[in-house]
Design a protein around this ligand. Structure first.
Ligand code: SAM
Length: 336
């Protein structure tokens, strides 16, 4: 990508063992209470049961821990911004977070803007015991007709890879456009699991380079692509949004960067991968793995190999993240 920044390696990283010590980052996460809702169990993981058309990632404590790690990683990325939660330039009054997951983003936005009403919606009831009074978490399928009466001034989506077919995405974007006030903002943040390395510290045939293309192949077979990072800007533009802005970031995996912020980001992102590998792969590989769907045991073996390589402190790996934000034009002003 043009004008991108190179991440410098920390030469002083203490390499006593061949693996990062998990104690170093275990305190970064919060523990998550159990849910009252049973969902559907498969291969040891719980999935949502609201929608007959399945969603590929689990809805259970481990997965919510993974989402929290990604939430923390996103906050670290924007820690130098005045607003860590979104880049759209507004003080929102009516916010909607589509596919809210554990609801962490919606809750933080409600805390930051006490005069706003923030709705988070997901297929599975978020496992939260306390929320700010101006935050409402709801269970619904965002592809169904929306029943909210009000219009929103900010609609947010994050990590919605493999949730929708291209046609559903197009329909959803239209719905978002219609339900935003004129001048209202859409903002989407996506990451992609393809792993990159800029300094040849990872051999070309390493399994780390296998995961991205493998995910894409399985997700494409499922009909719900994972590479939104490549397509989301065009989807937003096609729906009619204007003044489109984007921010591209490398998310290091592991505390290998020299820069303090990137080191912290890498540490949290490593936790994101280690807690998330099973949940991200199990459904997709047992349904759409190549050349034929994998067994649960094959997924475990693959993940064990991945885990070993992710934990190698000599590997300077990273993945890409992209944030896009844009506004609905005012009726008499079609371009900006
Ligand atoms: C990968 S998670 C990301 C969660 C959250 N946005 C975050 O960044 O932490 C995607 C979420 O989208 C939800 N989802 C997928 N399809 C959906 C739909 N049709 N309606 C509502 N939620 C949906 C899933 O249940 C899941 O919790």
């Amino acid at each position: 990508m043009a004008n991108e920044i190179t991440v410098d390696v920390d030469p002083d990283l203490h390499l006593v063992t061949n693996e990062y010590n998990s104690d170093d980052w275990s305190s970064e996460t919060t523990s998550i209470g159990s849910s009252l809702y049973r969902g559907l169990m498969e291969n040891g993981r719980r999935y949502q049961s609201l929608k007959s058309d399945e969603y590929c990632f689990p809805a259970d404590e481990k997965q919510f821990e993974t989402y929290d790690a990604a939430h923390l990683a996103a906050l670290i990325v924007d820690s130098e911004e005045e607003n860590l939660l979104f880049q759209s330039p507004l003080i929102p009054r009516n916010v909607l977070d589509l596919g809210t997951g554990k609801g962490s983003w919606a809750i933080d936005v409600a805390d930051m803007f006490p005069n706003a009403t923030v709705r988070g919606v997901d297929l599975f009831p978020p496992p939260v015991s306390w929320m700010p009074p101006n935050c409402i978490l709801e269970v619904d399928d965002v592809l169904q007709e929306w029943t909210w009466r009000e219009k929103f001034d900010l609609i947010h989506l994050r990590i919605m890879a493999s949730a929708f077919t291209p046609k559903e995405t197009e329909q959803l974007m239209k719905q978002i456009y219609e339900r935003l006030e004129p001048g209202g903002w859409i903002e989407q943040m996506e990451i992609h699991p393809t792993i990159y390395c800029d300094d040849n510290s990872i051999p070309h045939d390493n399994i780390l380079f296998d995961i991205g293309p493998r995910f894409d192949a399985a997700a494409n077979k499922s009909g719900k692509p994972m590479d939104l990072i490549k397509t989301m800007r065009a989807s937003i533009e096609k729906a009619g949004f204007v003044g489109v802005r984007e921010k591209n970031v490398k998310w290091p995996i592991g505390p290998w960067p020299r820069d303090k912020k990137l080191k912290e980001l890498g540490l949290v992102n490593l936790h994101h991968w280690l807690t998330g590998m099973e949940g991200y792969t199990m459904y997709l590989m047992t349904r759409f793995g190549s050349p034929i769907p994998w067994s649960k045991e094959e997924v475990h073996v693959y993940n064990a190999k991945m885990r070993k390589e992710l934990m190698n402190p000599r590997h300077h790996s990273y993945q890409r993240a992209r944030r896009v934000w844009a506004r609905k034009p005012f009726p008499d002003l079609k371009t900006e």
